[in-house]
Structures are given as structure tokens and as C-alpha cells.
Ligand binder design. Structure first.
Ligand SMILES: [Zn+2]
Length: 466
């Protein structure tokens, strides 16, 4: 009796697990297709658009999502398409998936392990999450170990020993089928910390002794200065792991908005972008500009660069403009993040900034793109927008006081931000249509001050969201 019961229980658990794995792989495939579909639309690749729309229909169907819009768009692109019944699809999908899952786990997803400047650098072939790494310490007599268990497989793991000055031993082994273990072993307790960064884990080892809290507190306070220097060095090290793409709006034949004294938006934003570039570089970040001179750059190219460089954030710089009737009134700085929201104001600003070259895209694919926006990306973009806006205001009010108007953090459908696969914002550094503000934002001083604020906002965002 009990044996039978146990068997039934095990069967239930097994079925539950299998269907869970299956469901999670379906949804990951669905989101994979979403991402690739967006890229395909932005790159005008019709073949891939159809391919990923088919996937969206297939997996969306299994996951019981509303797939009507994908079907409609698919039909628009390919009139010969025939949709298969839901039940049939489910069975076929299950078999295929089962095979694929097995294949995936046997892949070696750890590309390389190196030691550089007291850091162990582990490179992956895929994007990784915080859950990829588990850390714990052990001690046996005078042997202190910092152990890092990493989800993944490494071809050359058995058994390698890496050398690092000031550390007794570093051991790397394929501890379990899908767990790589890195142990940093020493005769006293070492300070280690790690950074997880997209396709990379960096374990930094400080060979300075870890003190026990009780007796040495005084000593640490006494040494406040040296401690502070250490922190700033550390953060510059962490900054070097972040990549930022700065996008100076418009350029070349597209001058953007034009001020009352024929001031060009493209000139203002290039000045701000270049200042921001220098500022962030000096903080240790990896920085790229979409343009560094007066040159026309397509909207697609801008985000494509950010995706290619695997950027952590994308910052697009613009200057605002109001209709003639409101030109003497409208002023202030605003930070936008991308979202499907369409308030009247967002619509107007977006219409201004969207002129670029996205006209070739069909209305329906534009609409699908907006509904595909990744929720977590929107949230982080909003957080970054808040940090940037408040630091910009802080930096500018020091010099210009109440002349600086806070236009707030806003959301809107900006095409230049759609293609970016990372948190991204669009900053309006002021109104070029306003008689006084246009004069102010045209000065080198203002451009430098506003960029200082943006840079501080970025640093603060990274500090809170590692
Ligand atoms: Zn603009």
C-alpha cells in the first residue's frame, strides 16, 4: 500500500516537473522570439520578421497569450500562411522540446577563465543572471577558502590551477555536471568580491588581511584616508565593467529643432554629448558616441551600435522645441523613457523626435513594437531617468537658480529608444525655441554643466543597480 502510494507520488512529482520545465522553455522561446522580432523589424529583415512572428504565434498559442496581432501581421506579410490547430501543435512541440532541452544542458557555456590584475574573469557564451553564482566561505585550521559555485560547464576544467600573487592556491573543477567550482584558498582570510556583468563574472581578490571587527575598529577609523582612496579605486574598477552609448540626436542634413536666432539642436546636443563622453571616460566607463561630428546618422544605426557594443545603457541627447505660439513660454529640462504611454505632451515631443527615418516602417509593425516592450527594461529605464533628471537639476540650479525649470520625468514612444535592448532614456536639455533658454543652452558652460549632471545621474543609477 505505502509502496504504491510512493510510486504515485513520485509519478505526480515527475509529471509536474516535466510540464514545468516544458512551460518555462516555451515562455523563454516566446520572449526570445519577441526580442528577435523587434530586431528584425528594425533591420528591415522581412524573412526574419516572418520567422519570428511564426514563433510568436506558435509559442504564444501554447502559452495561451493573445496572438491575434501577430497572426494579423503575419498574414499581412505572407498571404499564403496557414495556421495549424492548437492541439496538434502542442503535441509536436512537446516532442521537439524534450530533445532540445537535453542538448542545451550538455553545451559548454563557459568560454574562458583568465586571471588579470588579481581578478578571475569568467566569460560565458550566454547572458547570465545573479542566480548563476553562489558564494560561501569555509575554514579548516589555517586553510581559508572562498568558494564560488557557478552554474555552467567548462570544457577545460579538470583540473586546472591558476596562479595569483598573494594567494596560496586557486582551484577550478567541474564540481557537478552543471556546476563549476572555483576555490580561492589561502592561509589567512582573503577579501573577495564579485561582479556579474551580462556574459561575464569577475571575482576580485584583495590580498589585504580581513580583520576581525572587535579590536581593529580604531585602526580602520584612523586610516580613514587610505580607506577612502581604496573605495574610489574600487568603483573606478567597477565602472570599467560598464559600457555606455551616448547618442547625440540629429546631425548633418537633419538639424533637429531650430532656435529663434537660427541655433541648431544638432549643434547643442553634440556639445553636450562630447562633454558627457569626456566626463564618463574620466570616471572609468567604457563610452561610445553615435556621432562625434556634424554627420547624418540613421535612427536604426544609433541603437544598433548600442546593441553591438553590448552597452549597459543608452543615452540619447536632444533639445526641445515648442510651437510658435508657445515659444516664449515653454522652457525647462525633461527626461523621457520609452513606454507605450501616449499622453498628449509625450505624443507631441515623440512626433518631433521620431521624424528621422522610421517612416518606412508600417504603422502596424510600429504598433506591435510598442506592445512588445520589455516591462523590466521600462522599469530600469524609468529609474535611470529619475536619477538623471534630479542630478541634472541639482547641477544646473547651482549656477542658474530658479531659471531652470523642472519639466519632470516623462514617458513616451520614441523610436530611437525602441531598438535598444538595454535601459535607455532620451534627455531634452532645454527648449531651443525659447528666446532666453536657447541662448543659455548654446553656451559651452551650460553644455558642460548639464553633462556633469547627467554623468552624476548615471553614476548614481549604477551605484543603486549593480
Ligand atoms: Zn531632437
Amino acid at each position: 500500500m505505502t509502496r504504491n502510494f510512493l510510486l504515485i507520488l513520485i509519478t505526480i512529482i515527475l509529471i509536474g516537473t516535466i510540464s514545468f520545465i516544458n512551460a518555462s522553455s516555451h515562455s523563454s522561446k516566446f520572449y526570445f522570439a519577441k526580442k528577435n522580432y523587434v530586431t528584425a523589424v528594425l533591420h528591415d529583415n522581412r524573412k526574419k520578421e516572418i520567422k519570428y512572428l511564426k514563433d510568436l504565434v506558435k509559442y504564444g498559442n501554447i502559452l495561451n497569450k493573445d496572438i491575434r496581432k501577430y497572426k494579423k501581421e503575419l498574414y499581412r506579410l505572407d498571404k499564403n500562411i496557414v495556421f495549424i490547430e492548437k492541439k496538434k501543435l502542442k503535441n509536436i512541440q512537446f516532442k521537439k522540446n524534450y530533445k532540445k532541452n537535453k542538448k542545451q544542458t550538455s553545451k559548454f557555456n563557459i568560454k574562458s577563465i583568465d586571471i588579470k590584475n588579481n581578478s578571475i574573469i569568467i566569460n560565458f557564451t550566454n547572458k547570465i543572471s545573479i542566480k548563476t553564482l553562489k558564494y560561501f566561505e569555509t575554514q579548516k585550521k589555517n586553510k581559508f577558502s572562498d568558494v564560488f559555485d557557478i552554474v555552467g560547464r567548462f570544457k577545460d576544467a579538470s583540473p586546472i590551477k591558476l596562479k595569483m600573487s598573494g594567494v596560496d592556491r586557486i582551484k577550478i573543477s567541474q564540481y557537478r555536471y552543471n556546476t563549476l567550482r572555483i576555490s580561492v584558498i589561502n592561509n589567512y582570510n582573503l577579501k573577495t568580491f564579485y561582479i556579474i556583468n551580462r556574459k561575464q563574472i569577475i571575482i576580485k581578490v584583495s590580498t589585504k588581511k580581513k580583520y576581525k571587527k572587535t579590536k581593529v575598529v580604531k585602526k580602520i577609523n584612523y586610516n580613514k584616508k587610505s580607506k577612502q582612496i581604496k573605495i574610489s579605486k574600487l568603483s573606478s574598477f567597477e565602472n570599467s565593467m560598464k559600457t555606455i552609448v551616448i547618442d547625440a540626436g540629429h546631425g548633418g542634413k537633419d538639424s533637429g529643432a531650430v532656435g529663434p536666432r537660427r541655433q541648431y539642436e544638432k549643434t547643442v546636443v553634440l556639445g553636450v554629448a562630447k562633454n558627457l563622453y569626456r566626463n564618463l571616460k574620466s570616471k572609468g566607463f567604457k563610452v561610445y558616441l553615435t556621432r562625434s561630428r556634424d554627420k547624418y546618422v540613421s535612427l536604426r544605426y544609433r541603437t544598433r551600435l548600442a546593441n553591438k557594443k553590448n552597452a549597459d545603457i543608452f543615452i540619447s541627447i536632444h533639445a526641445n522645441a515648442a510651437r510658435k505660439a508657445r515659444a516664449s513660454k515653454a522652457k525647462g529640462i525633461e527626461t523621457y523613457f520609452l513606454s507605450p504611454a501616449r499622453s498628449k505632451r509625450a505624443k507631441r515631443v515623440a512626433a518631433l523626435e521620431n521624424k528621422g527615418d522610421m517612416n518606412s516602417m508600417s504603422y502596424s509593425s510600429k504598433n506591435i513594437l510598442l506592445t512588445l516592450l520589455n516591462r523590466s527594461k521600462i522599469t530600469s529605464s524609468q529609474k535611470m531617468a529619475i536619477d538623471i533628471q534630479s542630478h541634472m537639476l541639482h547641477s544646473l540650479k547651482k549656477y542658474y537658480g530658479s531659471k531652470i525649470i523642472d519639466g519632470g520625468v516623462r514617458e513616451g514612444p520614441f523610436w530611437v529608444l525602441v531598438g535598444a535592448q538595454m535601459p535607455s532614456v532620451l534627455i531634452e536639455v532645454g527648449y531651443i525655441s525659447h528666446p532666453k533658454e536657447s541662448r543659455r543652452i548654446y553656451t559651452k558652460k551650460y553644455q558642460k554643466r548639464v553633462s556633469t549632471g547627467i554623468a552624476n545621474g548615471i553614476t548614481s543609477y549604477f551605484a543603486k543597480n549593480r
